[in-house]
Design a binder for this molecule. Structure first.
Ligand code: BMA
Length: 328
């Protein structure tokens, strides 16, 4: 038995289910999935690829809502238990530093990461092509846009939850303007969340069939005694389109551009009806986790088939041991 420590606060009320007796997998699904179904609020047909965080007595999140006009946007949601969510009817209103409206044309695949006393949301938006949008909030009432960190084309930005060697650190995935058939994970640093540089390559596609086309950052990396635990998505191409699975890697704690271990097996791949059937079939797309520093429990929020949000569970010991044992 290993004893991997999660270096994070305790979160005793987080969603949790023990691994079923008959399950040997390193990550297991919540029995009541999907936790967000279709038509969650008027004018929003589907919510998926969304991110949550502990906030006050419960949880808060930024949710990708596919409007009934087909344009994706970000909606705020709140939950007492992390499972049952209430959404605001209207989209998040972004403002610039002067308080003037600063709405992106569209916004999708948001992540939400707290660094020190500020929550940062990052998403994909139009900036003369697909690129990363960034905003900060302290109260979830005012979302202030920051400079776009990267030029187009780029997607899947994920901030680390603390500064490393005094710098903010963000993963991203340079891409093209379409359903990009390639993509590696890069790392960039900033002293102030405005100027980004020191770009490094972290990892690309691999020879493992489930991630032999492209990879992209998923949930904000989790600090552990073994390094940064990264859940990411890996994509393969089939004669019927892309298949998105969840992969796992462990990055060096002081220099997370260095991959210490990378699991050759997927951690979760489309198997259930809500992952295999939907607007885009065969998609498991992780965007956030909750974790409890006392027990090592981890809950993964992932988009399912571009139609639903699912929850899956693991523990620090289980998943880190599995990644290390199956690393190539
Ligand atoms: C990617 C993104 C994701 C989506 C996935 C599968 O390019 O657009 O939002 O989940 O494709 O359609």
């Amino acid at each position: 038995m290993s004893n991997v420590k999660l270096i994070c606060p305790s979160l005793p009320g987080m969603p949790w289910q023990d691994r079923p007796q008959d399950c040997a997998a390193p990550v297991w699904r919540y029995s009541e999935n999907p936790v967000i179904g279709r038509n969650p609020i008027p004018e929003v047909a589907r919510i998926f690829n969304s991110a949550v965080a502990p906030y006050e007595d419960g949880y808060i999140g930024v949710f990708r809502g596919e409007q009934t006009n087909g344009v994706p946007y970000i909606y705020l949601g709140r939950s007492a238990d992390g499972v049952k969510w209430d959404f605001e009817r209207s989209k998040i209103n972004f403002v610039d530093r002067n308080g003037n409206p600063a709405q992106p044309v569209y916004a999708y695949d948001p992540r939400l990461v707290k660094v020190e006393d500020t929550y940062y949301a990052m998403w994909c938006q139009d900036f003369h092509g697909a690129s990363i949008g960034l905003a900060e909030t302290k109260d979830f009432k005012t979302f202030t846009r920051l400079e776009n960190p990267f030029i187009p084309f780029n997607r899947n930005a994920v901030l680390f939850p603390r500064k490393i060697n005094g710098m903010y650190v963000m993963l991203s995935r340079p891409s093209d303007s379409g359903h990009t058939p390639f993509g590696d994970i890069f790392l960039s640093q900033s002293p102030d969340m405005e100027f980004w540089g020191r770009h490094c390559h972290v990892m690309g596609k691999s020879g493992n069939w489930w991630e032999n086309l492209k990879v992209g950052g998923g949930a904000a990396p989790i600090e552990t005694s073994e390094g940064w635990l990264l859940f990411y998505h890996g994509v393969t191409g089939t004669c019927n389109g892309y298949v998105y699975s969840i992969g796992g890697a462990i990055l060096n704690i002081d220099d997370p551009s260095k991959v210490l271990y990378r699991c050759q097996n997927f951690l979760l791949t489309p198997e259930e009806w809500y992952e295999e059937r939907g607007f885009v079939p065969n998609v498991c797309f992780p965007c956030a986790t909750l974790q409890d520093g006392d027990t090592g429990r981890i809950a993964i929020y992932y988009g399912c088939a571009d139609s639903y949000v699912g929850l899956a569970f693991t523990t620090a010991d289980t998943v880190v041991d599995y990644i290390k044992a199956n690393s190539n």
